[in-house]
Design a protein around this ligand. Structure first.
Ligand code: GDP
Ligand code: MG
Length: 162
């Protein structure tokens, strides 16, 4: 079947906004309030004539079991399913303890992971993302899902991993 690219990260980092930007539609639910659950999480996507399935793991966002567990479940689903994982971090917040926990799962998985530093709406914010190298997952890619900034470069890179 089609290669799968999964989008993983804490609530509110902009996973759904990034999915919408990549698929060119507004199907994934973008919300200020975390915790939106939907039944549909995979979308057909295409970049430079390469087709792939884009999975928004936001469907596993927090429930009674708590944030750490729900993000860990997202990561496990992505690890089992995906050919490439986009690990989205809010560049304005930086890596949190929840992020660190997911990162160790991702690093052990052997699945290629791309660190996406979202909400870099302005070039002046780019130096701030250097702290994301500390995650040990390689180069952080600055994007603004909201404005589209950096998304083309990100997708060019993702295709090299598919
Ligand atoms: P998710 O919970 O990870 O799926 O996050 P959402 O896509 O629902 O976005 C959460 C919030 O962050 C919403 O208010 C979005 O408008 C906002 N957001 C998402 N991407 C960006 C971005 O690139 N820049 C800014 N400034 N806000 C963003
Ligand atoms: Mg979402």
């Amino acid at each position: 079947g089609m290669p799968v690219v999964a989008v993983v990260g804490r609530p509110n980092v902009g996973k759904s906004a990034l999915v919408n930007r990549i698929i060119g539609r507004r199907e994934a639910v973008v919300q200020d309030i975390p915790g939106v659950t939907r039944d549909r999480v995979s979308y057909p996507a295409e970049w430079n004539e390469r087709r792939f399935s884009l999975m928004d793991t936001g469907g596993w966002e927090p429930d009674a079991k708590g944030l750490d567990q729900s993000v860990a479940v997202q990561a496990e689903v992505a690890i089992d399913t995906a050919d490439v994982i986009l690990f989205v971090v809010d560049s304005r917040v930086g890596p949190t303890a929840t992020d660190e926990r997911v990162v160790s799962l991702l690093r052990q998985s052997g699945v290629p992971v791309v660190v996406v530093a979202n909400k870099v709406d302005d070039q002046r914010q780019e130096p701030e993302i250097a702290s994301l190298w500390s995650l040990g997952l390689g180069e952080p890619w600055p994007v603004s899902a909201l404005h589209g900034r950096g998304v083309a470069d990100l997708l060019d890179h993702v295709l090299t991993l598919l």
